[in-house]
Design a protein around this ligand. Structure first.
Ligand SMILES: N[C@H](CCC[C@H](N)C(=O)O)C(=O)O
Length: 277
């Protein structure tokens, strides 16, 4: 993709988080995008840069109100990012006073809606075939051939959901990192550990592909709700406690809808000098 040069007066950005899943947002509406893998890694460094779980760059859409590109802190692209989508949907709807917007991501066309004072986003229907997730071969997605009997779900990005007795007791990094890179997932995977507390409540902890442990993962929360419902453990609508707060997921005919808290932390400018422009 063609990118524009870093402006000599610096690069403005916004910091937001959704349930503790934190983002740097670059607003390139009306402009050529600026982000490259190098820029994502540089800004993503929590010591020498700003730090984020994902970087989201917004640009104009031809067939949607906005287009969002997602990056992980290791410079790889994230195919979906539910919490950043919620934050940006909130931001754009607050700016415009509208109560519905269309958003294009590599996942496809998503919808954001303000219902009362909650922002809901439709993360789209889950991907339930091995080719879509993707997996390395034709295996049973509801019982992957891995220790711990996880479920595979695609939400525009791959997820492996493990059901556990006690989510607090799980060594998320120790178990998540090897699964992220298991050859069963040709594009690697995000890994969720879910404890079902009841028909409408799940406790979930996550290891994200390309990022590591995060306090919440929206697409992972969607994948977990889908996996639990498919296994017959929960209803289609659940509340989910993640390390950074609570999300609500509702798997409907047109996709998995998600809501939860959003926070606008600050707006600032990265200097051109530091960016090496
Ligand atoms: N935090 C994001 C997901 C990031 C997924 C990313 N780590 C990937 O490579 O797929 C969310 O709220 O959905």
């Amino acid at each position: 993709m063609q990118t524009r040069a870093i402006p000599s007066n610096g690069l403005p950005f916004r910091k937001m988080h959704g349930a503790g899943n934190d983002f740097v947002i670059l607003d390139s509406r009306g402009m050529t995008p600026v982000c490259t893998p190098e820029i994502a890694r540089k800004i993503g460094d929590r010591h020498r840069g700003v730090g984020f779980d994902q970087l989201a760059e917004i640009r104009d859409g031809e067939d949607a109100d906005i287009v969002i590109d997602f990056w992980n802190s290791d410079g790889s692209r994230a195919g979906a990012c539910g919490n950043a989508t919620r934050c940006i949907a909130w931001m754009v709807m607050s700016e415009t006073g509208r109560d519905a917007i269309s958003i294009r991501t590599t996942r496809g066309m998503l919808a954001g809606r303000m219902i009362g004072d909650e922002v809901w986003v439709n993360m789209g229907p889950p991907q339930l075939t091995w080719q879509e997730v993707p997996l390395a071969g034709d295996v049973d997605l509801l019982h992957l051939p891995l220790d711990g009997d996880p479920v595979a779900v695609g939400m525009g990005n791959p997820h492996a959901v493990f059901f556990v007795e006690d989510a607090e007791a799980v060594d998320v990094a120790g178990r998540g990192a090897p699964v992220e890179r298991d050859p069963l997932f040709p594009e690697a995977t995000n890994v969720e550990f879910a404890q079902v507390r009841g028909r409408n409540e799940i406790r979930m902890r996550v290891w994200e592909r390309g990022t590591g442990i995060t306090l919440a993962c929206g697409s992972g929360a969607c994948a977990t709700a889908v996996a639990a419902h498919q296994r017959g453990l929960t209803d289609a609508k659940v509340r989910m406690e993640v390390d950074g707060g609570w999300l609500t997921l509702d798997w409907r005919e047109d996709g998995v809808w998600m809501t939860g808290p959003v926070a606008h932390v600050f707006d600032a400018v990265l200097t051109a000098d530091w960016l090496g422009a």
